[in-house]
Design a protein. Structure first.
Length: 332
């Protein structure tokens, strides 16, 4: 069952030279983990927020984005409320920014259980304790009475995940959920998300700039650049045989998560295209060592299918972009 579907979604602002999102299409099925990967400014977070019907103020939106069949483009308050309180939930990257520092953890977790879902105070508190236990916090009842400053970053992120589960959503939207955490805590949080996905049959959309991290937890990866999907494939295929130079660049410049020293890291030259910039051809052409003048800089490449993969590159199929370094995918 498809929980989340984007169909040719575009989001534009009058003051910008190019769309924030340009014809985005992707899906997330029940029980599936999908990652959306790209550098800062590529449009990943706007894509995630669209799944809750949150679009930039003044933006013009075309196409569709639907959660369990509910189209959120132009949706009314009742439809938006249903999606946000019962079908989908967001986990943000900084847990300390998501929790009021002067309220106890228990108040934070029980608020929606009481006000939105109508649970009495004692039942809401019992449910909050169950959720803290489900995300791996020991002695959950004690934590309900603590303030955010009394918990570590990793513990707070577990609280935020528990809060996202209060409505028992089918879809979790994770916007850089481990960026503010150290490497060992990142692994713990990702393990929690993976276990919850398997136990509850959740669909998971992971937003991250780290393609190595995305590959460690996802079934499929979509690679985004300048508001467009430039490549998508199952994890193993994308990592071992990328077809877009940008994807190959992300793989080649990402250190392994397991701590092993990579053979070589090669950064992508230049800077990502900003919203005040535009190009008539491929947006990545100015940074691509494989770009052909008169071809790559003349028209944007369409997304072409290659079996289970799809690539938006004029030279897709011509180039050997096999990464020449080890990754954690070799032991996956």
């Amino acid at each position: 069952m498809t929980l989340l579907r984007y169909e040719d979604l575009s989001v534009t602002l009058p003051s910008m030279a190019r769309p924030i999102l340009d014809g985005i299409s992707l899906t997330v099925d029940a029980g599936e983990a999908v990652a959306l990967v790209g550098e800062s400014g590529s449009g990943k977070s706007v894509t995630a927020r669209a799944a809750l019907g949150l679009f930039p103020e003044g933006a013009r939106t075309t196409g569709r984005v639907s959660v369990e069949g509910t189209d959120l483009v132009g949706a009314g308050p009742a439809s938006l409320r249903e999606v946000r309180t019962a079908k989908a939930a967001m986990i943000y990257q900084d847990p300390r920014a998501a929790i009021n520092p002067v309220r106890r953890v228990g108040d934070f977790l029980t608020e929606s259980l009481r006000l939105v879902h109508g649970r009495p105070k004692d039942r809401a508190r019992a449910r909050a304790a169950e959720l803290l236990d489900a995300v791996g916090l020991p002695d959950p009842v004690r934590h309900l009475d603590q303030y955010p400053h009394q918990l570590s970053g990793g513990m707070l992120q577990r609280v935020v995940i528990a809060a996202a589960l209060t409505a028992e959503p089918r879809l979790l939207l994770c916007d850089e959920p481990t960026t503010a955490l150290d490497v060992s805590t990142q692994a713990e949080i990702l393990a929690v998300l993976g276990r919850l996905r398997r136990e509850r049959g959740l669909g998971l959309l992971l937003i991250t700039h780290d393609i190595e991290l995305a590959a460690s937890v996802s079934d499929r990866i979509y690679v985004m650049y300048a508001g467009r999907i430039v490549e998508t494939a199952p994890v193993a295929e994308l990592f071992h045989a990328p077809r877009h130079p940008y994807t190959a660049g992300l793989v080649g410049s990402s250190p392994p998560l397991d701590g092993r020293a990579p053979e070589r890291l090669v950064p992508i030259p230049g800077a990502p295209m900003g919203l005040l910039e535009s190009a008539p051809g491929c947006a990545f052409a100015a940074r691509c060592r494989f770009a052909e003048p008169g071809r790559c800089d003349q028209s944007p490449p369409p997304l072409r299918e290659f079996g289970p993969a799809a690539v938006a590159c004029h030279r897709a199929g011509e180039l050997d972009l096999t990464p020449h370094r080890h990754t954690n995918q070799e032991v996956r």
